[in-house]
Design a protein around this ligand. Structure first.
Ligand SMILES: [Zn+2]
Length: 252
């Protein structure tokens, strides 16, 4: 299992070296906007670094939004983000499952449109989300409906431990239930939560500092069989979280 963390955009490889990361995740622009990512002057260096880079799409994207005024720019920004990710040789682009505020059953159809419209040069990974009433990938049964609709497309899955906790899923077997639906978890986002289970709040915490049981998180890591683990916990505590993850992996 490769162990990485979400790092800043300034010097991702420098951060990887300083923290001993096997992989990194980063944004390619303002996470709150629809703006097109600027080309990176260090694209060639990133491409040939040997460090797997995962790009997180802006939070603002919602390809399932009822209004075409949000849905269409979301599709466009996702495509631009994937192109920019391909330019740096990224291993994947992670995007939240989104919300269909009008009719949740429209969500999988709107995602289908995303993949039907174009082929992506870099793999897109849809991530389970923490909250919202009309979420498209909050609960396992929603993910099942989404995956059924996307059958046949090249699409990956990113599982976030904090989001599953916030969603209100039973953490004892949620990873197994998700795997039964998606087949493979491509990336595991390993985070504790600042909030109680089922609150729907997306606020990450350092491992052992939040409301989740670290041993439950440990069991989720093992059950995920994910090839890549990314910590999205606050700095500087992420350094201790990395040590905690590694210690568990080397344990007999
Ligand atoms: Zn996440």
């Amino acid at each position: 299992m490769l162990i990485g963390a979400h790092v800043g955009q300034e010097d991702p490889l420098g951060d990887a070296r300083a923290m001993g990361l096997d992989a990194v995740q980063m944004f390619l622009g303002d996470p709150q906007s629809f703006s097109k990512p600027d080309p990176r002057p260090d694209a060639e260096e990133l491409k040939t670094s040997g460090v797997p880079i995962y790009v997180h799409a802006p939070y603002r994207l919602n390809p399932c939004h009822p209004s075409p005024r949000i849905r269409v720019p979301s599709r466009k920004t996702l495509a631009q983000t994937v192109d920019a990710a391909a330019a740096i040789g990224a291993a994947g682009v992670i995007v939240h499952g989104g919300h269909a505020e009008d009719r949740p059953e429209e969500g999988p159809i709107r995602w289908w449109k995303v993949f039907e419209e174009r082929e992506f040069p870099t793999r897109v990974l849809i991530e389970n989300t923490a909250g919202g009433d009309n979420a498209v990938a909050r609960y396992v049964d929603q993910i099942a409906r989404l995956w059924e609709k996307l059958d046949g497309f090249e699409v990956g899955f990113c599982f976030d431990t904090c989001h599953a906790h916030a969603a209100g899923e039973d953490l004892v077997d949620v990873v197994e239930r998700v795997l039964a639906v998606v087949g493979t978890i491509d990336v595991l986002h390993c985070n504790d939560s600042r909030d109680l289970p089922g609150t729907g709040a997306d606020r990450h915490a350092n491992i052992g500092k939040g409301k989740m049981d670290p041993e439950v998180i440990r069991a989720m890591i093992e059950a995920s069989k994910a090839p890549v683990l990314i910590l999205e916990t606050p700095w500087p505590g992420v350094v201790d979280d990395l040590a905690w993850v590694r210690e568990g992996l080397t344990r007999p």
